[in-house]
Design a protein around this ligand. Structure first.
Ligand SMILES: Cc1cc2nc3c(=O)[nH]c(=O)nc-3n(C[C@H](O)[C@H](O)[C@H](O)COP(=O)(O)OP(=O)(O)OC[C@H]3O[C@@H](n4cnc5c(N)ncnc54)[C@H](O)[C@@H]3O)c2cc1C
Length: 586
C-alpha cells in the first residue's frame, strides 16, 4: 500500500482537471493530479478534434450575452443560468488565456477565423487546424502543468472511492493499475474531473475511461446528481465504411466548413419532415438531427447499415482539399474519396448534460468536494451547443481549482492555530482510507467464470436498446431490470487480489460504477414523462411546462461506500424534483 498526502487532489487529467491543477497551484496549493490513464492524453479532451465556443468578438462582433442567449435557448429552459453565464463569461477568459499560452487558434491575416456551428447565432467557434483542437488544447495544458512545480502528476491511478471523514471529503483511495498496488491519498480538498458517461452505450464517441466514474464517486460520497436523463447523441457519428485512426465525430468540421447533404436511404433530403430545413448548410441542432435520422431508419428509409448518407459529392475535390488538406489523405488511406462516394453516419452517445449538482464555486453539498468539466450538471440544460463542452471544461476546471485552493487555505489556517488537532485529523483520515481499502480491494466471492468484460458489453447493449435517444416506459422498465440484474450478478468482488495490469479487477470497478450510473440515468428517464431536448419519450411527446424542473438523484439507504460494499443489496436511487434556478447544490 502506498500512502500519499496533498492539499488538493484532482481526479482526472483532461481539460478540466489540468486547468484545475494549474489554477490551484497558481494559488499556492500542493496538488496531486491523478488519472487512470496518461496525464493529459486520456478521456475526451484530447479526442476532440473540432471547436471551442467563445464570444471572442473577432473578426465580427460578438458578446457574452449573445452566447449566453444561445446556450439558454438550446438548453430548453433547464439551464442553471448562473452556471451557463459562468461558462460563457469565464470560458471566454480561459480561451483567451489559452491563446497567450500558445494553443494556436486558427487565424487568417492575424484575425481569428471562428466558424458557424448549429444553434449559435453567428460564427463563434474557434479551432486549431486541421482537426487538431483537442490535441493542441491538451498539449498546451500539459505544458502549463509541467511548468507548475506544485503539481505532482500520477498516471495509471484509478480512483475507486472518495474518503469522507466527519462529513467532509478528505481524500480518496484507488488502485495503481501498473502494479496493482492500493493507494490512499489524504487531501484538504478534492476536485472530481473524470468526464462523462458515454461508455454506457454500445455506439459512442468515448475513450474507455468514460464510464461515469465522477458520478458514481460523487453519489457514494453523498453528493446528489441532476439531469441524469439527458444524454446527448451526436447525430452523424461515423458508421460505414470501416475507418481506422480517426475521430468518429470528425464529420462535424466537414459540415461546419462545407455544409454537406444529409440524405436518407433513398438519397432524399429529409430533415424538413421533422420541422427543420437543413438544406446542406448544417443549421439543424443535434437533438433534431438525431430524431430525424432515427425516424427515417424506423420508417425503413435508412442507409444500408442503419443510418443516413452524408454526401459531399456535389463539391469539387479542390474545395475538399483546401478545407481539409492532410485529412483528405488520411481518408484516402481508409479507401474513402468524398468527391466520389457518400459515407454513412448514425447517432452515437457523445456527451452528458447531467452531472454532479454544484454551486457557482463548483462546490457540492459535501464540504471539500468540488467538480469540474463535463462531470458538472446544469450548465447546458436539456441540450448542449456545439463547442460549449471544451469551454465548460476550462471554465469549470479553473473555478473548481480556485475554490479547492481556497478551502485548503482555511484548513491551513486551522492547522497553524492548532497543529496537534490537525495532525490527529490527518491520522484519522488515513485510518478511514485504510478501512475503505480493506472493504473495497479485498477479494470477494465472484465466481471465476463470471466474465466482467462480457458484462460491460451486455450493459452497453441494454442501454443502447432500452435507454437510447428515444424511450418508452416499457423499454425503460426492461432496461432497468436488465441493469439491476447485472449489478446483482457482479455485486461481489473478484475472488483474487488485484494484480499488475489486472483487467478483471478494472472491469469490475468499471461495472460497479457503470451499473450504478446506468440505473441513475434509467430511473430519471422513466420518471420524466415528457420530451425535452436530448430526452425523448415516444409515449410522452412534446415538452410539458410542468416538467421545467430538475430531477435530482441521491443514493437511498446506505450511502457510505463501506456499508454499500458490505450490503448484499444493490444501491437504490431516490429522486427529488428541484426547481430550476433555486441553487441545485443547496
Ligand atoms: C470524440 C470527441 C470529440 C469531441 N469534440 C468536441 C468539440 O469539438 N468541442 C467541444 O466543445 N466538445 C467536444 N467534445 C466533448 C468534450 O471534449 C468534453 O466534454 C470535454 O473535453 C470534457 O473534459 P473533461 O476534462 O471534463 O473530461 P475528459 O477530457 O474526458 O477527462 C476526464 C479524465 O478523467 C480520467 N478519469 C476518469 N475516471 C477516473 C478515475 N476513476 N480515476 C482517475 N482518473 C479518471 C480519464 O482518464 C480522463 O483523462 C468531444 C468529445 C469526444 C469524445
Amino acid at each position: 500500500m502506498r500512502n500519499l498526502e496533498t492539499d488538493v487532489l484532482v481526479v482526472g487529467a483532461g481539460g478540466a482537471g489540468m486547468y484545475a491543477a494549474v489554477e490551484a497551484a497558481r494559488l499556492g496549493s500542493r496538488v496531486i493530479l491523478a488519472d487512470r490513464g496518461l496525464i493529459g492524453r486520456s478521456g475526451a479532451t484530447v479526442m476532440a478534434q473540432m471547436t471551442v465556443a467563445a464570444a471572442m468578438g473577432e473578426p465580427a462582433d460578438d458578446s457574452v450575452e449573445a452566447h449566453l442567449a444561445d446556450t439558454l435557448q438550446a438548453g430548453r429552459e433547464l439551464c442553471e443560468p448562473d452556471l451557463s453565464r459562468l461558462l460563457c463569461e469565464e470560458g471566454l477568459e480561459c480561451v483567451r488565456e489559452m491563446d497567450t499560452w500558445g494553443v494556436g487558434w486558427a487565424r487568417a491575416e492575424g484575425q481569428l477565423t471562428p466558424v458557424m456551428a448549429p444553434g449559435h447565432d453567428r460564427p463563434r467557434c474557434v479551432y486549431v487546424d486541421f482537426l487538431n483542437t483537442g490535441p493542441a488544447v491538451s498539449r498546451t495544458l500539459r505544458t502549463q502543468v509541467i511548468r507548475s512545480p506544485l503539481v505532482q502528476r500520477v498516471g495509471d491511478l484509478c480512483i475507486t472511492d472518495l474518503v469522507v471523514h466527519e462529513g467532509r471529503c478528505a481524500g480518496a483511495v484507488g488502485v495503481h493499475l501498473t502494479t496493482g498496488e492500493a493507494v490512499t491519498i489524504v487531501a484538504g480538498a478534492v476536485v472530481l474531473a473524470c468526464g462523462g458517461l458515454t461508455r454506457l452505450y454500445a455506439r459512442n464517441s468515448a475513450s474507455s475511461n468514460m464510464g461515469g466514474d465522477a458520478y458514481a464517486l460523487a453519489l457514494r460520497a453523498g453528493a446528489p446528481l441532476i439531469d441524469m436523463e439527458f444524454v446527448q447523441f451526436f447525430p452523424i457519428g461515423h458508421l460505414a465504411p470501416r475507418m481506422i485512426g480517426m475521430d468518429p465525430i470528425m464529420w462535424d468540421p466537414f459540415r461546419y466548413k462545407l455544409g454537406g447533404r444529409l440524405l436518407n436511404g433513398l438519397k432524399e433530403e429529409f430533415t424538413h419532415r421533422y420541422g427543420t430545413e437543413d438544406g446542406g448548410r448544417y443549421t439543424i441542432t443535434r437533438d433534431q438531427a438525431t430524431y430525424a435520422i432515427y425516424k427515417e431508419v424506423e420508417a425503413g428509409r435508412g442507409s444500408p447499415h442503419g443510418g443516413a448518407w452524408l454526401s459531399f459529392e456535389h463539391l469539387p475535390p479542390e474545395q475538399l482539399r483546401a478545407a481539409f488538406g492532410p485529412v483528405v489523405d488520411r481518408l484516402a488511406k481508409n479507401g474513402i474519396d468524398l468527391a466520389k462516394t457518400p459515407i454513412e453516419v448514425a447517432p452515437i452517445a457523445h456527451y452528458h448534460m447531467g452531472g454532479v449538482a454544484v454551486d457557482t464555486r463548483m462546490a457540492t453539498v459535501v464540504p471539500g468536494l468540488f467538480v469540474g468539466g463535463e462531470a458538472v450538471g446544469g450548465a447546458n440544460g436539456a441540450n448542449r451547443l456545439s463547442g460549449n463542452a471544451i469551454t465548460e471544461a476550462f471554465a469549470f476546471g479553473r473555478r473548481a481549482g480556485a475554490s479547492a485552493a481556497q478551502a485548503v487555505s482555511v484548513l491551513a489556517a486551522d492547522a497553524v492555530a492548532d497543529p496537534v488537532a490537525s495532525a490527529s485529523r490527518i491520522e484519522r483520515v488515513r485510518a478511514q482510507a485504510q478501512r475503505l481499502i480493506e472493504a473495497t480491494l479485498t477479494p470477494g466471492t465472484l465466481p471465476t467464470e463470471a466474465n466482467t468484460a462480457a458484462a460491460i458489453d451486455e450493459l452497453q447493449t441494454i442501454m443502447s436498446r432500452k435507454v437510447g435517444p428515444f424511450r418508452t416506459e416499457a423499454g425503460l422498465r426492461e432496461g432497468l431490470d436488465g441493469v439491476r440484474a447485472l449489478a446483482t450478478r457482479f455485486h461481489a468482488a473478484p475472488s483474487f487480489a488485484p494484480g499488475a495490469f489486472d483487467p478483471v479487477w478494472l472491469d469490475w470497478f468499471d461495472l460497479r460504477n457503470m451499473t450504478l450510473v446506468a440505473e441513475t440515468v434509467t430511473v430519471a428517464a422513466l420518471e420524466r414523462t415528457e420530451s425535452r431536448g436530448a430526452h425523448q419519450r415516444e409515449d410522452h411527446p412534446g415538452l410539458d411546462p410542468n416538467w421545467t424542473l430538475h430531477l435530482e438523484s441521491r443514493l437511498a439507504g446506505p450511502t457510505d461506500a463501506i456499508a454499500l460494499v458490505q450490503s448484499q443489496a444493490n444501491p437504490q436511487i431516490a429522486l427529488a424534483r428541484v426547481p430550476v434556478n433555486a441553487g441545485v447544490a443547496a
